[in-house]
Design a binder for this molecule. Structure first.
Ligand SMILES: *Cc1c(COP(=O)(O)O)cnc(C)c1O
Length: 424
């Protein structure tokens, strides 16, 4: 059977009924340029990675230099300056006990590594009973097996893959009295089986841009510590300023045992992720016994080219006013998206840092919606019942107004269409 495009198998796509994808030929600043010459403002920073915009000269220069010298070399038995420097810099900017960096090639793998660390930490301490995790509804931690198991049951397709996925304990985010009671109750029941509690601090992004406050994160952290479970903060989506601070969890003044980094780590130039552990976690793997070591090692681990990009991205957080830009984006998003909250068909408007989300009552006719945004010169990719923007931090106020203006103009028309469809 033929499909709209040959050979390629695309992500999250029903290949038989899909609308043919647009073809990108170039990126520049905040723009994606298409093969027909149109250029679109990227309102989602290429899946939340391109925090400095595309092709930032400082990152390109650092990568070019590294490319000619040593794009890649195996990480088994060899180390190199770009990885050593990056690990040292991450240890410096992260809160103190987080200082051992394990590099991976994607966020999902960084999550798998964090989970292996948490389980083996227990085993190495002589406790073999703790092999499960507590995670949260609406959470998302990646598409590999263990990462799916701690993702929201619907998003992670727990029913479809039943028998294949490890079974975890899924709790509600402790937002109010009822959910806090349920969360504490679940942790209490399973405490002797739970190796770790994994959470996306402040914003559950792929699960629908669901937001919670620092006080909620504090409740989670305290309960995890009381239960003797490792607290894993999956910052892959919110790290490097997206939620208003360099790392989101620091807004709650909590102390994770393990933290996962990714997405914007290289400023969107190339794939790289990291799992960072505390001294205490790391030291549980030190032994005369070789079996106590962490047995994990991606072939493309700590790729020098990717480390060079990440080092250059960190330079930019030092030399350019990224966090001030995020604060300005947050204020503008609040100002310009707030009026949508009162319109029919719109359930909620949420803003945190450089994330602005409009939740609609029902999502329908997504292709129509995406097409309208493209016609308005905006690249947006809604999911669930959420239409959101996560722009590059270098977006200009005028460009951001284009994005929010298109959202304010298109979403109500689209919600009205839902009404008509229901009537017919
Ligand atoms: C995107 C994401 C991941 C998975 O990262 P990949 O690089 O796509 O494997 C994990 N956790 C969170 C919170 C994410 O947003």
């Amino acid at each position: 059977m033929s499909t709209p495009i040959p050979h390629l198998w695309l992500p999250y796509t029903q290949m038989q009924t899909m609308t043919p994808p647009l073809r990108a030929v170039r990126t520049a600043g905040t723009r994606i340029i298409l093969d027909d010459g149109r250029d679109l403002i990227d309102a989602v920073s290429s899946w939340w990675t391109a925090c400095h915009g595309y092709n930032h000269p400082h990152i390109i220069m650092a990568m070019e230099k590294q490319l000619h010298n040593m794009p890649h070399v195996m990480f088994g038995g060899l180390v190199h300056e770009p990885a050593e420097r990056l690990a040292a810099r991450l240890a410096t900017i992260l809160p103190k006990p987080l200082n051992r960096v394990f590099f991976a090639d994607s966020g999902s793998v960084a999550v798998e590594v964090a989970m292996k660390m948490a389980v083996q930490y227990r085993l190495n301490r002589g406790d073999s009973g703790r092999t499960r995790f507590l995670s949260f509804r609406d959470g998302y931690h990646g598409d590999t097996l263990a990462a799916m198991s701690v993702t929201d049951p619907d998003e992670g397709m727990h029913a479809l893959f039943k028998g294949y996925l490890p079974e975890q304990v899924i709790a509600p985010i402790p937002r109010d009295k009822a959910s806090t009671t349920e969360f504490h109750h679940l942790l209490e029941i399973y405490r002797h089986e739970i190796a770790g509690v994994i959470v996306e601090p402040l914003v559950q992004c792929a699960g629908g841009m669901k937001m919670h406050g620092p006080e909620t994160l504090k409740i989670i952290a305290e309960a995890a510590h009381d239960a003797g479970a490792a607290l894993i903060c999956d910052e892959i989506a919110v790290n490097f300023g997206r939620a208003g601070s360099l790392f989101a969890h620091t807004q709650a003044n909590i102390a994770p045992d393990i933290i996962c980094l990714g997405k914007a780590l290289t400023g969107g130039a190339i794939n790289l992720a990291a799992t960072v552990a505390t001294t205490d976690i790391f030291e549980a793997f030190l032994s005369e016994d070789a079996d106590a070591a962490l047995m994990h090692g991606p072939t493309y681990m700590a790729t020098p080219l990717a480390c060079a990009a990440a080092n250059a991205s960190l330079d930019l957080f030092e030399t350019e006013p990224r966090l001030q830009q995020v604060a300005a984006i947050e204020a503008q998003l609040k100002r310009e998206l707030a009026p949508l909250a009162d319109l029919p068909g719109i359930a909620d408007v949420r803003v945190k840092g450089a994330i602005g989300a409009v939740e609609v009552e029902n999502l329908h006719d997504l292709d129509w919606l995406k097409g309208q945004f493209v016609d308005a010169g905006i690249w947006l990719r809604p999911f669930g019942n959420v239409i959101y923007t996560m722009p590059p931090f270098t977006v200009t106020p005028a460009e951001l107004s284009n994005i929010t203006g298109a959202m304010a103009e298109i979403i109500p028309r689209w919600a009205a269409r839902a009404g008509e469809n229901r009537g017919t």
